[in-house]
Design a protein around this ligand. Structure first.
Ligand code: PBG
Length: 323
């Protein structure tokens, strides 16, 4: 009771505050998403993601060396597939010489210790821009899961350490796990986008990959943002099916979900601070309305405080330079 207790005592100097701080950010926390495109010497800025680029594999090689030198230890690869290679079945996703498979090898050659994570979903390969195969206007589950399993195996064969299914089909984790085990990829980690909501925050990402759905939306497979308990069901099922790391996505508007999961499951939880979150801060900072660096660090720390042990973020490189 006041004045025996004064809450301000432990805040009275920067050193004291540092001694009693509960959470901190470190380069070990981050997963760096990277967008890869075909070609040579290409590094093009994504209009709705200022300061973020699509790059060809020669630039990718340089970029991962830079990231490694900053202490960053993992990258999450996404590819922009030329329209001519897109079809309903996502056939190109299984090409052993495809862009993703080459990108994986590029990173492993540049920095062998870098943890290579890959996005497993059909949308960048789909002529419909959906995460699964379309039949009669619907996104069909079970035949999609078969393709995703082969896709994950193909990434593992190319050298991926972690496969990250972002599609939200039912049973994909179990099928991917079985496919990997059968091929003796017993150490391949599955990071499941377990609680992934149907969100308007993904807009800039879909610009980056030209992967917006051609019809309808993703609400029959991604989660309804009005729901909370469903995130736990999804996550527990994915863990039972063989996921090693689970994920909540988007990030900032879903900190409650991260906290719920932190209290219920023991596995590492990743938060994905998505493209729309990046775009909002860049836009506000451009207008001079917010202090970019301070807000960036405040938002990133909030993921740790909510209970995430990993943060996928387009701010990773900028943030580690400040911490
Ligand atoms: C693909 C995928 C998406 C994102 C990650 N993987 C888009 C989507 O589901 O429509 C979004 C990432 C971001 O917005 O930063 N399934």
């Amino acid at each position: 009771m006041y004045p025996i207790q004064r809450n301000r005592r432990l805040r009275s100097s920067a050193s004291l505050r540092a001694l009693v701080q509960e959470f901190s950010l470190s380069p070990n926390d981050f997963i760096v998403p990277l967008f890869v495109i075909e070609g040579n010497q290409i590094k093009e800025e994504i209009p709705s993601m200022p300061g973020y680029f699509r790059m060809s594999t020669d630039h990718l090689s340089k970029q991962v060396k830079t990231l490694w030198s900053l202490g960053l230890k993992s990258v999450l690869l996404f590819v922009k597939v030329p329209d001519a290679l897109k079809d309903n079945l996502g056939t190109e996703a299984l090409n052993p010489e495809g862009l993703m498979q080459r990108a994986i090898k590029t990173v492993k050659e540049a920095v062998p210790e870098m943890v290579v994570m890959t996005d497993v979903a059909l949308d960048p390969y789909s002529s419909f821009g959906h995460d699964g195969i379309v039949e009669g206007g619907k996104i069909v589950n079970d035949s999609t899961v078969k393709v995703l399993s082969k896709m994950a195996l193909s990434h593992a064969q190319a050298g991926a350490d972690v496969v990250a299914p972002s599609d939200m089909m039912d049973g994909r984790i179990l099928n991917i796990r079985k496919e990997l085990e059968a091929a003796n990829f017993t150490e391949t980690v599955i990071m499941s986008y377990s609680a992934k909501y149907a969100s308007a925050f993904y807009g800039p990402f879909r610009d980056a990959l030209d992967s917006a759905p051609g019809f309808g939306d993703k609400k029959t497979y991604q989660m309804d943002f009005r729901n909370r308990k469903e995130a736990l069901i999804e996550t527990q099922r994915d863990l039972e099916e063989g996921a090693d790391i689970v994920m909540v996505k988007p990030g900032l508007a879903y900190l409650d979900i991260i906290r719920d999961l932190r209290e219920e499951v023991a596995a590492p939880i990743a938060a994905y601070q998505v493209s729309g979150e990046y775009a909002m801060l860049k836009a506000a900072a451009e207008k001079g309305w917010l202090d970019h660096d301070q807000i960036m660090l405040e938002q990133l720390l909030s993921f740790k405080r909510a209970g995430a042990s990993l943060i996928a973020s387009y701010f990773a490189e900028e943030a580690v330079k400040l911490i």
